[in-house]
Design a protein around this ligand. Sequence first.
Ligand code: NAD
Length: 367
Amino acid sequence: MAANRRHVLAGMGATLAAGALMGRARAQEPGRKFGYAIVGLGSYATRQIMPRLKECEHARLVALVSGTPAKLEQYGAEYDIPATHRYSYADYDRIRDNPDIDAVYVILPNSMHAEYTIRAAQAGKHVMCEKPMAVSAAEAEAMIAACQQAGVKLMIGYRSHFEVHNLHAMELARSGVLGATRIITSEHGFNAQPNQWRLDKPLSGGGSLMDIGIYSLNAARYLAGEEPVEVSAMEFTDRSDPRFATVEDRINFQLRFPGGALASCVSSYTSNHNTYRVHGPDGWLRAEPATSYTDHQMWVHRDGKTEQVRLPTPAKNQFVAQLDHLPEAIMAGTEPRTSGTEGLRDMRIIEAIYQSAREGRAIPLTA
Ligand code: NAD
């Protein structure tokens, strides 16, 4: 990976920036929808993302990349993607020659995110990349640098930033109606099934924290509305459980924020959680499920009363809003709301969480 990264980074040039500018011009053509190539036709790509592309206002599915010819055939037929727009991993770099592809959406195992993002940038394409952005902060930095050098946008698939309950929670927590935020709890976990890449460290980069605990971390940060200055963590993994030969199971962590808020976060591969709470002197809010695909629920307690928050159904669900956001940012010439920098911040804190659990001490964080 490192040698490959050096290779692809070394190959970048000014022509890439020119290609990206053309991409921007094309995205602005009236009536033309922004074309995504999906890389990796696994569960999240085929069940959540590809069906939602049909609902987008600004985007559409134009190409597929997979190592499995049968999947290219099946989804190519289902989504009307011609053979000229179906690529193997070996063919991937040829996306450079396809003007219908504006961006690549990387939905591969975590340790492949950096390579496929950097190669997309090298081909002059904008990038949407799934969470976790990479398996280390160094890789995340290389991805940002590659996209900057190529003049393309990089966005991370943090879909909760486009979901109305989560947006409402951010607004409430930051508005002061609960008083200054004092305590945040954020819990995410599920019982991991055996025999999958998520449990294989070379592919996943780590266990529950990389996969699901990152939701606890990201939510604590967006609810606090500022960056933590210190982290401490504790891990427990039963190494006799064959699922956890190479990755961690539970790793809980605490974050201290400069404004005085403390966050307690759960990350688990052996228990089910999907909730957060924000407490201030004047009330609290609770979301459960908080960051699920659908069926979000939220309650607010103020003046001695607890009320369920009922929000109107938005015109765009979180997936559609996320997919439309990248072309919107390109057309506006702004950074995406969940840029590579947002992904890098999580990666740096994740590394500090692992370090804290390993060394049994709190780790200071720098911005
Ligand atoms: P998956 O196992 O269902 O799909 C992974 C895809 O990668 C498969 O098509 C597989 O064939 C392909 N692949 C290519 N090389 C591979 C290799 N060496 N080993 C294993 N698979 C290989 O996984 P998924 O659940 O779709 O997750 C893919 C990415 O999407 C991950 O980064 C994950 O964190 C992310 N994800 C995000 C969300 C979300 O809500 N944002 C939800 C699920 C997954």
